[in-house]
Design a protein around this ligand. Structure first.
Ligand code: PAF
Length: 289
């Protein structure tokens, strides 16, 4: 596996892959890799001739009081994991090269960025969309792989690609979970042991919501949301940022248990903010009887 540090090296690699008529899959990450990232790399490996991974802890997507400086950066461990999972190249750009003096162009994906996590992390998705478009322009892949764990991010990147005619297929991949249901996240490492023991209740609460939808097709969304909030309330000291049921494509709030919906929540446990989401597919009332 080759290490690339400059945009010009990434462009040269991509040009070479394309000249040979091969396909390139790309997995952008911020490192601190876990089994969720490795599942993206392995999927890219299965679906493309060549695979590129990037690791860049993007300062633009962290708020002033967030964890940019303490975000884990285990570079040699991550490099070994990428190699083992089958990456051909690993792009490790320097912050100063990504954002040189005078950098002033940003990507704003209106609407879908403004709700859910966007309301609690102003500027976060602008930072994500900006860095992802930059990485796309450096790596020029055919396909790019993102986890459904960050469902709003995935929706925003799909919208950005559609709106700006980005010629890259955005592939969403299922969330990878611990045996007890907790969604894998680099931030799980911040949880104290007792918080880690409570954390799976978030997924249990969302699952209870999805089960509610199966038995109450067509009902108003309020009953489901109440069920999920009651589950989250069993986590000692949990502070939900939001619990929301939305249309799976537009992220508009769902009023009724109808159609293809997504149930999402962000909850603070101690100093750690966890997010998770699951699909809620509602059968119509007539057919469910
Ligand atoms: O999901 C992430 O790890 C990051 O938001 C991404 C997409 C790599 C952009 O920095």
């Amino acid at each position: 596996m080759k290490l690339l540090r400059r945009a010009s090296e990434a462009v040269r690699f991509s040009d070479d892959v394309r000249r040979r008529g091969l396909s390139l899959g790309f997995v952008p990450t911020m490192g601190a890799l876990h089994a969720g990232h490795l599942s993206l790399i392995r999927r890219a490996r299965r679906e493309n001739h060549r695979v590129a991974v990037s690791i860049f802890v993007n300062p633009l997507q962290f708020g002033p009081t967030e964890d940019y400086s303490r975000y884990p950066r285990p570079v040699s461990r991550d490099t070994a994991l990428c190699r083992k999972a089958g990456a051909d190249v690993l792009l490790l750009p320097e912050p100063a090269a990504m954002y040189p003096e005078g950098f002033g162009t940003h990507v704003e994906v209106e609407g879908v960025s403004d709700t859910l996590c966007g309301s609690f992390r102003p500027g976060h998705f602008r930072g994500v969309a900006t860095v992802v478009l930059k990485l796309f322009n450096m790596m020029r892949p055919h396909r790019a792989y993102f986890g459904e764990k960050d469902y709003q991010q995935l929706t925003i990147l799909r919208r950005m690609s559609r709106d700006l005619n980005v010629p890259i297929e955005i592939v969403g991949c299922p969330t990878v979970r611990e045996a007890d249901g907790l969604a894998l996240s680099s931030r799980n490492a911040y949880l104290a042991p007792h918080e880690r023991a409570w954390a799976p209740r978030l997924y249990q609460a969302l699952s209870a919501g999805a089960a509610y939808a199966r038995t109450h097709p067509g009902d108003a969304a309020g009953g489901l949301l109440k069920t999920v909030r009651a589950g989250i309330d069993t986590i000692p000291g949990a502070r939900p940022d939001y619990v929301a049921l939305v249309d799976a494509a537009s992220l508009e709030p769902a009023k009724r248990l109808r159609g293809e919906l997504r149930l999402l929540a962000a909850v603070r446990i101690g100093k750690t903010r966890l997010i998770d989401n699951i699909p809620v597919i509602c059968k119509d009332k007539a057919r469910s009887r």
